[in-house]
Design a protein around this ligand. Structure first.
Ligand code: AMP
Ligand code: MN
Ligand code: MN
Ligand code: MN
Length: 318
């Protein structure tokens, strides 16, 4: 039986990834992904290229986005899956969410200048493929280039997190607005990587899921690169407690910075409801001819049965 390898969280140079949408698609396909979503931050500009590339490579495709939300002093990310990239209300909401980024970047650069690092605004901008989407990641890459830190993770620790010189508090979208933009565009809203919200107390996290569901949110990421086994177990339980669909996505940003490659994730555990089954009507599949031609081009010899398929997901195709 062919098992579905779904990777429903990834970034391109349209936000803070380093590869073009087509190059992310090619890497996903080479890694055996069957169903893929590009989920750039607050931006749909890569979606048409992503769809075209996915179908040409024999992968299924879902429209995707990752919306920045402010909730109780924390930045929470809400992934929208199955969204129509041409939906006007979603596009307008994302444009409003992006609007403050440049000013924020100026303020971040001022903070870094105070710590003796000059030219960070221009430096970060030079790394941003999309000038409307200057992010902390672009600052981190610039500070690594400058030799201030050895890697981007250390830049975040030393400069870009609350209390550090390059951190600027920012007001992102409201939770309810993000959920409504996504559902209005035909998609399902999914709480991204809940294990990362260190600033949320257990009761605030419980409130987050309660409010999310009340607004119409229907999914949670259970398997993602920020989650170890403990978080996969914990948020699998959250999915059951709040009757949410479960999602799986690498959050791939770059071949050198990402901990887990596209498609190289553990399977969702049995008993969870995979979000892609609830989105079956929103998936664009390649026609049968394109799919088998792409597989023949891409696949070397067929793997012997029983060979390692760590990324396989226990849900049958079709
Ligand atoms: P921004 O939307 O500008 O606040 O940037 C957020 C992005 O920074 C996230 O989407 C991640 O790609 C990246 N990021 C956040 N925290 C870290 C961290 N501790 N280490 C590396 N990258 C991080
Ligand atoms: Mn990112
Ligand atoms: Mn995120
Ligand atoms: Mn992400």
């Amino acid at each position: 039986m062919h098992l579905l390898n779904a990777d429903l969280h990834s970034h391109s140079s349209v936000s803070d990834g380093t590869l073009s949408p087509a190059a992310v698609a090619a890497r996903a396909a080479a890694n055996g992904v069957d169903l893929w979503a590009l989920t750039d931050h607050d931006e749909l500009g890569g979606q048409h290229a992503a769809r075209e590339a996915a179908l040409a490579l024999g992968m299924g495709w879902l429209g995707g986005v990752e919306v920045s939300v402010s909730f109780a002093d924390e930045t929470v990310h809400v992934v929208g899956l199955g969204v129509d990239p041409d939906d006007d209300a979603l596009r307008a909401g994302l444009a409003a969410t992006r609007a403050g980024r440049r000013e924020r970047a100026r303020a971040m650069a001022d903070g870094l200048a105070g710590a003796g690092i000059e030219g960070a605004f221009e430096g970060a901008l030079s790394y941003a493929g999309n000038p409307e989407l200057v992010s902390r990641t672009h600052f981190a890459r610039f500070l690594v280039e400058r030799g201030v830190c050895a890697d981007t993770a250390s830049v975040f620790r030393r400069f870009l997190t609350p209390g550090k010189p390059g951190y600027v508090a920012h007001r992102w979208a409201r939770l309810g607005d993000a959920v409504r933009w996504i559902t209005g565009a035909g998609g399902i809203a999914v709480i991204a990587h809940p294990g990362r919200y260190r600033r949320l107390s257990p009761s605030a996290e419980y409130a987050l899921f309660g409010e999310f569901v009340a607004h119409g949110g229907r999914g949670v990421e259970v398997v993602t690169s920020a989650h170890g086994e403990a978080e996969q177990a914990r948020y699998g339980d959250t999915a059951l407690e709040f009757a949410l669909h479960a999602s799986r996505g690498s959050d791939f940003h770059s071949p050198t910075e990402s901990r887990i490659d596209l498609g190289a994730l553990p399977a969702l555990r049995a008993g969870l409801s995979p979000v892609w089954q609830a989105l079956a009507h929103r998936i664009a599949w390649p026609d049968a001819g394109a799919a088998s031609a792409a597989r023949e081009r891409a696949a070397p010899a067929p793997t012997p049965s029983g060979s390692a398929q760590p990324a396989a997901q226990s849900a049958a195709l079709a």
